[in-house]
Design a protein around this ligand. Structure first.
Ligand code: SF4
Length: 460
């Protein structure tokens, strides 16, 4: 099965899985209610979004300058900067640092960039123990799964699922409450923090003027992951830059509101290099790895460039009818939902992920919700155009659409095919993509136009 066929097969199964859909509906409804509350902190939300769009636009248009400014300032703070052109280089750099420090144990806070390079697999292959410390990530790691959502990795699990999982893996009672489950995870992780040689994080924002990385979280696990270990490695996509520390006043609340429905997440930390002499805790060495991995190609495309504004809040996933029907794992890529469907074909290649650009109803809900105003649904159309110009659509499909266009432009051609013929063609062409669980469209024997003519004696 090729990736597209696999996607269609899995989508069809997930769409018919009512239990899965109920869990998603429940979790997303709680999120949506929270977002409405979070938005109340703004007197002019639209202005905040427009400002955020403008700041990101300015940053991305001069990305090279801001990255160099960050590098200069971070080096001055005593940190070390490494540049990775792709996933392999990023993995090797991280492995190199860990080897240099004889690291055997790693604690990690939530980071989609590390998911993008499949870091855990690479570390485990070298015999390095990796522990995810974010509760959602801890749950999916325990279940042997990938994160399901950019912000809420275990969104597809109910509290009963988690209680069962903890019972099987950690030996806790099957009927533990969410509070008891959280305590069990905390208990399991406490010793990992203390033992860890290396702490790995992502970066929500790279702050150029102070030479620091900003991390936003709710559990304090990123702070713990960077306080105990002697070495802190942060992996960040090059697009995460903000020009100034002052921009955090706009972006931290915006990310919290759209990411989790909070006014501000509980812990917001700016890491500016290793611990100073005057500081009691913190790492002796801090590395920031600035990763390209396909981002420069996106940057080079003037129309597509705006996806680099993304702050990974996950809001577009939560409003997307496709995501809400098929769920995160079905996409088969690190980034799912509308933003994933736009960037994955460029990150993973058109063979692996090109079909995702077509996995959208183009309803525009993603564009409407995006806090930094990325024109997501039009970018999906743009991707489709790029792919088709690149020969993505097969000759059969092209012929069908050519014929379709001709027929749609000429009433006599449209009326030529009988209902029987239309039903036959529909089944033939959409046999796979329509899915088994949807009722097929039944075309009537005569078109509306023909019926009208019959009743009124003239064309409609
Ligand atoms: S595209 Fe917009 S809504 Fe989607 S994750 Fe990025 S910032 Fe959030």
């Amino acid at each position: 099965m090729n990736p597209k066929e696999e996607f269609l097969e899995k989508s069809s199964l997930k769409a018919a899985d009512i239990t899965h859909r109920n869990k998603l509906r429940f979790n997303i409804s709680k999120y949506l209610a929270g977002v409405e509350e979070g938005k109340k902190q703004y007197t002019d939300l639209e202005l905040a979004r427009r400002k955020a769009h403008a700041v990101k636009w300015k940053t991305i248009e001069s990305l090279d300058n801001y990255l160099m400014e960050f590098e200069r300032n971070f080096l001055r703070n005593g940190g070390q900067i490494l540049w990775a052109k792709d996933a392999e280089e990023a993995r090797n750099l991280i492995l190199g640092i860990i080897e240099k420090h004889n690291g055997r144990t790693v604690v990690k806070s939530k980071s989609m960039a590390t998911e993008e390079i499949e870091l855990n697999d690479a570390l485990e292959a070298k015999g390095i123990e990796v522990s995810e410390t974010d509760l959602g990530e801890f749950i999916v790691q325990l279940a042997g799964e990938k994160p399901y959502h950019i912000v809420t990795p275990a969104m597809h699990k109910s509290k009963e699922d988690v209680a069962q999982l903890f019972h099987e893996k950690l030996g806790t009672p099957e009927d533990n409450t969410p509070e008891q489950l959280t305590m069990a995870a905390r208990e399991a992780l406490r010793e990992k923090y203390i033992r860890a040689d290396i702490g790995i994080t992502g970066a929500n924002f790279i702050v150029a003027d102070v030479g620091g990385i900003a991390i936003t979280e709710n559990e304090g696990n990123a702070r713990l992951s960077t306080t105990f270990p002697k070495v802190h490695i942060a992996l960040a996509g090059i697009e995460r830059v903000l020009p100034s520390i002052h921009d955090l006043a706009l972006f931290w609340p915006l990310l919290a509101t759209y990411g989790t429905g909070q006014k501000l997440t509980v812990y917001n930390t700016l890491f500016t290099g290793p611990a100073k002499d005057s500081e009691a805790g913190g790492p002796e060495e801090m590395y920031v790895i600035l990763m390209d991995n396909g981002r420069s190609d996106i940057l080079a495309d003037v129309q597509l460039r705006q996806v680099m504004h993304c702050i990974r809040c996950g809001a577009c996933l939560n409003v997307c009818p496709v995501y809400k029907t098929i769920g995160g794992h079905t996409y088969g890529q690190t980034y799912s939902g509308p933003i994933g469907s736009v960037i994955s074909p460029h990150f993973a290649g058109k063979e692996k992920a090109g079909h995702l650009s077509f996995a959208s109803s183009l309803c525009g809900a993603c564009t409407e919700t995006c806090p930094v105003k990325i024109d997501l649904h039009n970018l999906l159309l743009y991707n489709r155009n790029l792919l088709n110009n690149d020969g993505y659509a097969g000759s059969m499909e092209k012929r069908v659409w050519k014929w379709w266009r001709k027929a749609m432009l000429k009433r006599s051609l449209m009326n030529m095919a009988s209902g029987k013929m239309k039903n036959y063609m529909f089944k033939k062409i959409f046999a796979k993509s329509w899915g088994k669980d949807r009722d097929a469209i039944i075309f009537p024997n005569t078109s509306f136009n023909q019926q009208w003519k019959k009743q009124h004696g003239k064309a409609s």
